[in-house]
Design a protein around this ligand. Structure first.
Ligand code: UDP
Length: 236
């Protein structure tokens, strides 16, 4: 399948149309942003790591009952996916307090939550992705009750499957962000990416951060952390 016109360019990916109206090609970039675009940089090799890690985890999720947009990895940076309309929500699941949750509730980073926390943010850069609840989502028509129930169920299933899998690779799954899409026939699929850009991964023993927080907080060793995730998950 060949790329035709560019449909979209985001902070970390470009999306192209193909000859097949039901398929797109996603191309992962090395560009990194944080704090709603205020901080910009490059993480060498990030695009290839995120492409390969995301596809690996989506294959695992498919095998465990979560339908995804993944069709086929085309090369290091590019993947063929099902074309969807993105539900304009960031779906966040948290096991351990970090980032904005730690700040909002006055918790130390690393405090374990008694049960997984599910949050939604409205995807809108101009508004800084404000947090919303079920009631806002239904009132704004971003999803129906049935769609939101399906999204919540999938998000918690993703958490279970990934947390178990990552634990065996010596990685603690602190929190992550998902995006879902809707195909032309109305099917809800897991879309976007699952990578060190969109998850917090800590080394199980040392609690060393192996994710984009190294970039956000200028901790150094950013490229190495991404390569380490690739190595632990795909063995290379
Ligand atoms: N996250 C993301 N994109 C965003 C915001 C958050 O992928 O635009 C991920 C982030 O990497 C973390 C989780 O969602 O794994 C929770 O992020 P948080 O709300 O703590 O915000 P942050 O501290 O990243 O601004």
């Amino acid at each position: 399948m060949e790329k035709t016109t560019q449909l979209y360019e985001g902070k970390a990916k470009k999306v192209y149309a193909t000859d097949d109206p039901g398929c797109c090609i996603v191309s992962y970039k090395d560009d990194a942003t944080a704090f709603n675009g205020l901080k910009k940089g490059t993480i060498l090799g990030k695009g290839a790591v995120n492409n390969r890690v995301s596809n690996h985890l989506m294959r695992l999720l498919e095998a465990n009952g979560v339908p995804t947009h993944l069709i086929e990895e085309l090369n290091d940076r590019e993947t063929l996916v099902k074309r969807v309309t993105i539900v304009p929500l960031e779906v966040i699941v948290r096991n351990i307090a970090a980032g904005s949750l730690a700040k909002r509730l006055g918790l130390d980073e690393g405090v374990k939550m008694r049960s997984p926390v599910l949050e939604y943010c409205y995807k809108n850069d101009d508004l800084g992705d404000p947090m919303v609840n079920d009631s806002h989502i239904l009132a704004m028509g971003w999803a129906t009750r049935a769609e939101l129930d399906q999204i919540a169920g999938y998000a918690l299933r993703v958490n279970q499957v990934l947390a178990d899998y990552l634990r065996d690779a010596g990685i603690e799954l602190i929190d992550f962000k998902l995006e879902f899409g809707k195909t032309a026939d109305g099917t809800i699929l897991l879309a976007d990416e699952i990578s060190p850009d969109t998850c917090r991964f800590w080394d199980s023993k040392t609690h060393e951060k192996l994710d984009k927080d190294r970039f956000r907080r200028d901790l150094g060793g950013v490229e190495d952390a991404y390569q380490e995730i690739l190595r632990r998950l795909l063995g290379e």
